[in-house]
Design a protein around this ligand. Structure first.
Ligand code: SF4
Length: 305
């Protein structure tokens, strides 16, 4: 089975100790079965420390330390397991982050989740979001939609509308809404704010940030180019596995709402540069994309309408 990725994917490199929001802080890190077996047979002090740091349970995971830090993260942001044993000894989840995978009718697609600030920088600064290229082969068969729906063809149509530079950005958003009959104004601003307030948060202060949501925040051309790329990323990530046109439309609705939320936070903070956008984009991704429950709550607003 072939593996595809956006053109920019190959340029990703974790910045490790230079990362301001390390993925080794704030998340529970699950230990997969194969890695657990390797840890069981490790000798020496580090092997003992690794085994002692694992909490058993339905899914074994590292017991977080103060500040929700991974117990194997050094003070200067490096991984003790990589330093002491090499990359072959880290868990699958650490090796894969921030990658995500989607099944498509022609193979698998991989992308970079923007909860990682370095992935976010790459997504926001890469011009050709619709260039999806073959990057390798994987074991396994292609998964085809049993309902015969071609989400890739639909996504291509969306990217064509979104990248049509003959129209101003906001007109392209309206054209997308018209084409698919989905628009964030399915709820008014109060409705969206109430919905965001009802969700679960990793960091409760983000709930207050999302009160800034507006359906038509003041943004300018400088910011819009980044909003367009963020929206293309949301679509690449969330619309690709749609099983039918209804599923595609509610996923597109989710993407359009996430884009308006990002635009709202940019307007509230007076964002002017890519660095200004990375933080709100990362927060939206972390709180709403990486929580399946929260993403589903938003999608539900577009289902059955
Ligand atoms: S968040 Fe991204 S850049 Fe930071 S440590 Fe994790 S993978 Fe590396």
């Amino acid at each position: 089975m072939k593996l595809y990725a956006p053109e920019y994917y190959k340029d990703f490199k974790c910045v490790a100790d230079r990362c301001k929001h390390s993925c080794c802080v704030g998340w529970e890190i699950d230990v997969d079965e194969n890695t657990l077996e390797k840890y069981k047979s490790l000798e020496g002090e580090l092997g003992g420390a690794i085994r002692a740091s694992i909490e058993d349970g339905e899914v074994p995971h590292f017991r977080l330390c103060d500040g929700d830090r991974c117990p194997h993260l050094t003070g200067n942001g490096l991984c003790k397991i990589i330093l002491g044993l090499g990359e072959d000894y880290i868990c699958d989840i650490c090796r894969e982050h921030p990658r995500f995978y989607n099944d498509t009718s022609r193979g698998k697609e991989v992308g970079l989740g923007i909860a990682c600030e370095e992935a976010c920088r790459l997504v926001l600064t890469s011009e050709n979001y619709s260039d999806i290229i073959e990057i390798g082969e994987l074991d396994g068969d292609v998964c085809r939609s049993e309902r015969g729906f071609d989400a890739l063809a639909e996504r291509e149509k969306v990217f064509l509308i979104l990248s049509d530079k003959s129209l101003p950005y906001l007109e392209r958003l309206k054209a997308l809404s018209r084409e698919y009959g989905v628009s964030p104004d399915i709820l008014d601003e109060r409705g969206w704010r109430e919905l965001f307030a009802s969700l679960e948060y990793l960091d409760k202060s983000h709930k207050n940030d999302f009160e800034a949501f507006s359906l038509s925040p003041a943004t300018d051309g400088k910011i819009e180019v980044y909003l367009e790329r963020a929206l293309a990323y949301f679509i690449y990530r969330h619309c690709t596995e749609a099983e039918d046109i209804d599923d595609f439309m509610s996923s597109l609705g989710l993407c359009l709402v996430l884009e308006r939320l990002l635009a709202s936070l940019c307007a509230k903070n007076g964002a002017r540069t890519v660095d200004d956008i990375i933080l709100p984009a990362r927060i939206i991704s972390e709180e709403l994309e990486y929580s399946e429950e929260n993403a589903e709550e938003i999608k539900l607003e577009f289902a059955f309408r």
